[in-house]
Design a binder for this molecule. Structure first.
Ligand SMILES: NC(=O)C1=CN([C@@H]2O[C@H](COP(=O)(O)OP(=O)(O)OC[C@H]3O[C@@H](n4cnc5c(N)ncnc54)[C@H](O)[C@@H]3O)[C@@H](O)[C@H]2O)C=CC1
Ligand SMILES: N[C@@H](CC=O)C(=O)O
Ligand code: NA
Length: 427
């Protein structure tokens, strides 16, 4: 079985190492040896710590993909083009594809799935979501008989690493990001992590598999962590919470449809997600018959991600040996993706207000005007001013956003110092 490897960076070099070091076991598991036909890279002059000779390397990925002797293409390059063209050429040519590319799968997965179906070959991408954690296969196969209600978790290692460092050591955002990049967790352009594109792509892929409906990156409500301040983290701590960047995909209980969102949120320290540290990921899946399931492990880094790539590689190689194709995409449910405004959430709002009679009533009035009920209020006096921290009961996100907009316009509100959604129970 001949493999074309596209990319030999953080993940690709670990794929090569595992392929070479575990060759005998992989052969036994697949029933045929897995042999590297070639490795496409951008530059040949880089020092690479991989146990294969230089003759395997090429800068011509398209030619490698087009070779007649290649059976499986493994893509760990990233980005949309030229990767999409290479993978379409591979699928059209009858080659199976394994990819770690969530950006591509979430933005144009249907084109690739259609090509895989037409060519009767596999397209697998377990490494694209939550690194080493087996999550896509359980959703696609183990839970195929159940009805998933909700998927909730931490799916970006870089931002979880940054928030952990800020929370535990008081590190600055910039220093924590530098460390995450050095450890191989961040995307080539780390704004994909910081601004939530990476988590949004993963959320789209999870929602699509969980609800059997088409969801793309553009359908996901996305907020990154750039606006999370040290004050937000301190405020969360004071309330027995921690700040986590979450991905949430759920069926609406109001009408047929799903909502998919990624944003930072306060999570009570008693919730299992609060103890997910550094680049670890954790995802809860709530299904009607199964109840709650939790998946936990390393969500980023070369070797954990390579483990998921190898798992897919063995699966598609086994299928080719058996002359069959594994389960593919399922999008029959055709559910609408509902606007964020309809999502039911609750907010933590931190206000700087003038400390005079009637302030609390005026602020409470702004909430009441939008039908938002307040769960708790804490006031700390600071001379002529006061800090007012309010946590709401669950309400439509549009009503909460409109309330905050009104608060910004009140004379007695000097500043809206922080607004974070609260997930995972009462703080
Ligand atoms: N690093 C991580 O923890 C994880 C990464 N991924 C995904 O895996 C993929 C690869 O990520 P990394 O290994 O971290 O990236 P990287 O930047 O370390 O490696 C990318 C590789 O692609 C090659 N490449 C880039 N452009 C090319 C071109 N035009 N022609 C031929 N080769 C080209 C580079 O030479 C390099 O070898 C991305 O899709 C990423 O989102 C997925 C899960 C975790
Ligand atoms: N940049 C990503 C890598 C894995 O998908 C992350 O930090 O999670
Ligand atoms: Na995974």
């Amino acid at each position: 079985m001949k493999i074309a490897l596209l990319g030999c960076g953080v993940v690709g070099s670990e794929v090569v190492r595992l392929l070479v070091e575990q060759a005998a076991d992989l052969t036994a598991r697949v029933g045929e040896p897995l042999e590297l036909a070639g490795i496409a890279v951008r530059r040949l002059d880089r020092d690479r710590d991989v146990p294969v000779g230089p003759e395997l390397f090429t800068t011509d990925a398209a030619a490698l993909v087009g070779r007649d002797d290649v059976d499986i293409v493994v893509e760990v390059v990233g980005g949309i083009e030229p990767v999409r063209s290479w993978l379409l050429a591979a699928l059209d040519g009858g080659k199976s594809v394994v990819s770690a590319n969530k950006a591509l799968l979430a933005s144009d997965g249907s084109t690739l799935h259609d090509a895989a179906t037409a060519a009767d070959v596999d397209l697998y991408y377990e490494a694209a979501v939550a690194g080493a954690i087996p999550l896509l296969r359980p959703l696609r196969e183990s839970l195929a008989g159940d009805r998933v209600r909700r998927v909730l978790g931490i799916v970006n290692g870089t931002t979880n690493f940054i928030l952990t460092r800020m929370d535990e050591t008081g590190a600055s955002f910039t220093d924590a990001l530098e460390e995450a990049t050095a450890l191989g967790y961040a995307e080539a352009d780390p704004t994909a992590d910081i601004d939530g594109y990476d988590a949004a792509a993963k959320a789209a892929i999870l929602a699509q598999l969980a609800f059997h409906t088409r969801v793309t990156l553009a359908d996901v409500h996305r907020e990154g962590i750039a606006a999370v301040t040290a004050a937000d983290i301190a405020s969360a701590k004071a309330m027995g919470c921690t700040v986590k960047a979450l991905a949430i995909a759920e069926r609406s209980s109001e009408r047929p449809g799903v909502s998919v969102r990624v944003h930072p949120a306060m999570v009570p320290r008693s919730h299992p997600l609060a103890s997910v540290r550094e680049a670890f990921n954790a995802v809860f899946v709530e299904a009607e018959a199964a109840g709650q399931l939790m998946f936990y492990g390393r969500g980023a880094g070369g070797s954990p991600t390579a483990s998921a790539v190898l798992g897919d590689l063995v699966a598609v190689a086994r299928n080719r040996v058996a002359g069959r194709r594994g389960p593919g995409e399922s999008a029959y449910a055709d559910l609408p993706v509902l606007p964020m405004g309809e999502t039911i959430t609750s907010y933590h709002v931190n206000l700087d207000v003038t400390d005079k009679t009637g302030v609390l009533a005026t602020v409470a009035g702004a909430f009441a005007n939008h039908g938002v009920s307040i769960r708790s209020v804490r006031q700390d006096g600071r001379g002529d001013d006061a800090s007012l921290v309010l946590v709401t009961h669950a309400a439509a996100d549009a009503a909460l956003a409109a309330t905050v907009e009104d608060l910004r316009g009140l004379d007695i509100v000097r500043a809206v110092a922080g607004v974070l959604r609260v997930e995972g129970g009462e703080p």
